[in-house]
Structure formats: C-alpha cells, structure tokens
Design a protein around this ligand. Sequence first.
Ligand SMILES: Cc1ncc(COP(=O)(O)O)c(C=O)c1O
Length: 401
Amino acid sequence: MQQLHSPWRHLFPGIQQLNDTGQVWLDSAATAQKPQAMLDALLQYYQQGVANVHRAQHQPGERATLAFEQARQLAAHWLNASNSDCIIFTKGTTEGINLLSHALAGQFNAGDEILLSGYEHHANLLPWQQLAQRQQLQLKILPVDNHGTIEIAYAADYFNSRTRLLAISPLSNVLGQLHYLQPLFAQARAQSIITVVDGAQYAVHRQPDVQQLDCDFFVCSSHKLYGPDGVGLLYAHPKQHALMQPWQWGGEMIEYCTYQSAQARALPLGFEAGTPSIANVIAFAATLEWLLSLDKTAVQAHEQALFMQLQQGLAERNMQIVGQPDTALISFNAPEVHPADLAHLLSEQGIAVRGGQHCAMPLFQQLGLPGAVRVSLALYNDSSDIQAFFQALDKALEILA
Ligand SMILES: Cc1ncc(COP(=O)(O)O)c(C=O)c1O
C-alpha cells in the first residue's frame, strides 16, 4: 500500500492524543477531531472575558456581538449565501430540521405530500414524519433498491400536484454515495416544491454552495466539520423567509410584546430565541476560516486516495459493501458475521469505527440487514490508519472463523 500522509494531521492534537493511547480514529462521520485553530479561538473567547450578545451596551457586549455577527457573515460567505440574514445558528443539523418542520407547518394542508429519500438519517425523517402525523400529510419515500441506491434521475417522477416539500441528503452517512441534486431541485422549483438539503455529511467533503445547489434550505453541523459541538447552520433562501413562522419564543427574538401578544423579528434573530451558543459560534467561525484557507483540491484528492485504499482492501477480503459508496465512508459486513461482533472486536483492538444501523433504521429494514460496520475518513487520516484497521480486521476475522 502506498503511504499517504496527511499534511494537516499535525494540526489536530486530539489525533495525537488518541494515537498515544492506542486509538485509531475512523469514526469522523459521527464527529470529527478538532484543529488547534478552533481550540485557540474557544479558549481566547473565554479568557478575554465573556458577555451576552445582542442585548448590552457595554464594551464586552459589543465585542461579543460583533464577533458573533462576523461569524454569521463568514458562514454566509462559506455557504455562498447572498447575505448573512439567511443564516440562522442552530444546535446542529437535527435542530435545523426540527426548526423547519415547525416553521414551515403553515405551508401544508391535510393531504399534502412530503417527499424524502429512503436513505435519510433519522434527523431528516422523524421531524417530517411527526409533522405529517400532526397535520394529516402523506410522507412519500424515494425507494432504495436492493443495492442501496436511488435513481435520482427519476426522482422527479414522484412529484405530483400535492407535493409540497422535498428533503434529501446529497451524501448519506451509511451509503457514502454522492448525489448531484441540482437538476432535481430545478424541477422542484419549477413546481413550487420547497427543497431542504441535509448537508451534515456533504458539507464536510464538498464545498457547499447554496446558490449553485439552488435549494431553499440547507442544514449542517459544526461538530462534523471540525468545529465545536452544539452549533449548526440553517440557510434559508431569501425568497422563502416569508414562509417561516417562529418556532421558539423568548428573549431577543421579538420586535414588541405585551402581556397578551408578541410580534416576532425577521430572520435570523426571530429564529434564535434565548442566549445562543456564543463561544461555540465564534470558535466555529475560526474553524470555517481555517477550512477556507486549505487547498480544497488537495484535501479532496487526499480523502479520495484514502477512500480507494479502503475500498480496495475491503474488496480483497470479500467484504459485503452496503450500497455503492464513492466518497468518504464505507459501510460493510463480513459474511456470516453480525456487525456488532465485528465492531466489538475492532474496538477492542483500538480501532474506532461504528457498528449498527447508524440512525437509518428504515434503510436497513429495506436492505434486510441487521446493520453494518462503518469506516469513515477525514482529512487528517493517513494510510497508517487504514493499515491498522486492516490488521485488526484480519485478526477479528480469524477469531470469528
Ligand atoms: C446525514 C446526517 N444527517 C443528520 C445528522 C444529524 O446530525 P447532528 O447529530 O449533528 O444533529 C447526521 C449525523 O450523523 C447525519 O450523518
């Protein structure tokens, strides 16, 4: 195996610490390790004296508010949003989709349809399922075939006059197959169907561009993007702001209120009730700045080369691959072996991979599988990580035989 070295690995102290304790991190699709730039920003924010945002006139309050709003501008730039009012800070992808499932509730009448793919993460299924139950809507699913693939080219055949919303991920956390969704979104727009992108995995491996994607809403999580936990982005297309009703009420999100009534602010503050995760937003901005400084072509080439090594090694061992992965992660099973047993034996050897159904239970029901072991890659991985994984896999298979 050719030895591929990540030029960014040394910037991640957590990787070094994990290696020193005998752990190999191949679970970045669950959460990513953090670069020093983000850790420095977090510490600096707390060390310089904290203040709440958007409410105080004092100098620390102004400084925190400025940094917070600069983070919003940077997030807008990173997503290529037309302006920073389109960016709502959330807790993460899950909260972003829950927010939408409430904020857009007024757009549906009983009998209307919501269309999802059959491979969605629970975060992009359950909020819509619950909305459908509350308002007597139909949840329609783009079917996954026996190989775990979806014919995206024919997905628009599932649109009809009752379809109001399409929510889909360009990169599944189980299948690792990249889908180009722009043509589908163009067809949706032509039929006034609202489009929601679950970008939790996609944003990590491709530079998201909401104007190019031409979607109405885009959500992602900072913690998978090498940033802190507890922060995410929700992008809302300017034309769709008027569709959204506030979903949480409280401090700093109203224009005016009396004991009996309240008038909410417009985006974004009308959707950020209460004190936000200030330190994490600011540290996330530092992470995005760091990500923007990287050579994206080099990052993608490195990840792809590692992916090929992973794919080849699994094929040589006749592992059963779930779907037709082409990007960043592979889920697989060993013949006649339960994925939980395999994941356990790998974990015991210090290989951090994930076994189970990866918050996509209906997908595994569809595929008739009890689960799978998932290996996921990030820009800090080296070939040495993949070699350590294969050594451990060979040993585990020997034990199981
Ligand atoms: C495709 C996808 N969507 C949504 C989520 C939920 O993200 P979070 O837990 O950060 O809200 C995940 C997390 O694994 C994911 O992979």
